[in-house]
Write a protein that binds this ligand. Structure first.
Ligand SMILES: Nc1ncnc2c1ncn2[C@@H]1O[C@H](COP(=O)(O)OP(=O)(O)OP(=O)(O)O)[C@@H](O)[C@H]1O
Ligand SMILES: N[C@@H](CCO)C(=O)O
Length: 318
């Protein structure tokens, strides 16, 4: 028996909701922009093999791979429930660049925990599994935040409510929005990009943040796309992180002049997203970003749609 799970890329924050809003995205050309994890029966308690385009960027020791930590916390939770852990042989296909702002660690975490859970016939429910995913993301980035793992696992646009035993709920979005994702090919560490943020904010920024986030969620629920797009503004992180992203200011200005409805940093960067409601505009912006924002052979640009599915079981054998 083996189970394979694919977990998609995600946009943390979506500019307007620092740490509390995130969106899962997939390229419209069918490219699988995310990690895959396969869990098979093993002959020892745990074994990990890594492959894929970005395998060389992973820590050399399996014990330092987040997939190993996922297995450890999964074992801990099964132990609490008195359920036997099966010996597993895991394979990580690492397709996501690390430190990209596309939720790369979230992809590995979500694919690993979802696959482990399915392999054991779902002993953990959705909320228990998502809580573990948040714990693992916190382990890597220095602070628990669900804005990558929740959309990556559940799909769509997710808002972190973290109340009444609920971690995240989905927010309706707009069918005709295209998300142009441009990864320049350089690395920005999430932990470092968090460490440069101020510990306190001015009252006017707090008020603006509340207006933008409340306005965005309201506009999504009342299906006002123009208003929703206008509310995609970041006063919490972008002003402080811009300096980490060479060419970002110019690229955002180009995208907005070329007809993007909004443009911002994806997660902690360096990937930027540009939102369009016209495919021709999205493709024009994508071509420009490929020429001017991408810095090396590892960079790429994809025109995406919201991925409403989140992590998905693919190609399993029973
Ligand atoms: N399977 C894995 N996938 C990604 N990173 C991993 C994995 N295992 C261990 N790591 C380590 O976790 C850290 C991830 O760093 P960081 O949080 O900046 O990247 P990220 O998750 O790719 O960022 P982002 O969410 O912005 O895409 C790196 O130090 C990396 O070596
Ligand atoms: N909300 C997180 C996302 C990291 O991808 C941050 O901006 O630090």
């Amino acid at each position: 028996m083996n189970v394979t799970v694919y977990a998609p890329a995600s946009i943390g924050n979506v500019s307007v909701g620092f740490d509390v809003l995130g969106a899962a995205v997939s390229p419209i050309d069918g490219t699988l922009l995310g990690d895959k994890v396969t869990v098979s029966s093993g002959s020892e308690p745990f074994a990990l093999r890594c492959e894929g385009d970005f395998v060389a960027k992973l820590p050399a020791e399996p014990e330092q791979n987040i997939v190993y930590h996922c297995w450890q916390v999964f074992a801990r939770e099964l132990d609490k429930k008195g359920i036997a852990l099966k010996p597993v042989s895991m394979t990580l296909e690492k397709n996501m660049p690390i430190g990209s702002g596309l939720g790369s660690s979230a992809c590995s975490i979500v694919a690993a925990l979802d696959a482990l859970n399915r392999f054991h016939e779902n002993p953990l429910n959705e909320t228990e599994l998502l809580a573990l995913m948040g714990e693992m993301e916190g382990h890597i980035s220095g602070g628990v935040h669900y804005d990558n793992v929740a959309p990556c696992y559940l799909g769509g646009l997710q808002f972190m409510v973290e109340e009444l035993g609920i971690i995240s709920q989905s927010v309706p979005c707009f069918e005709n929005w295209y998300w142009v994702m441009a990864y320049p090919g350089i690395k920005v560490s999430t932990a470092e990009a968090r460490a440069i943020l101020p510990a306190q904010y001015r009252r006017q920024d707090v008020i603006a943040h509340g207006r933008y986030l409340g306005g965005f969620v309201h506009a999504c629920h009342s299906q006002q796309p123009a208003l929703a797009a206008k509310m995609i503004k970041d006063v919490v992180a972008e002003p402080y992180r811009e300096s980490l992203l060479p060419g970002f200011k110019e690229a955002r200005q180009y995208a907005l002049e070329a007809g993007a409805l909004a443009s911002g940093i994806s997660g902690s960067g360096p990937t930027m997203f540009s939102l369009c409601d016209d495919l021709a505009v999205a493709e024009r912006i994508a071509r420009w970003l490929q020429q001017h924002y991408v810095q090396n052979d590892e960079g790429f640009v994809h025109v995406c749609r919201l991925d409403s599915q989140g992590s998905t079981e693919i190609g399993s054998e029973y």
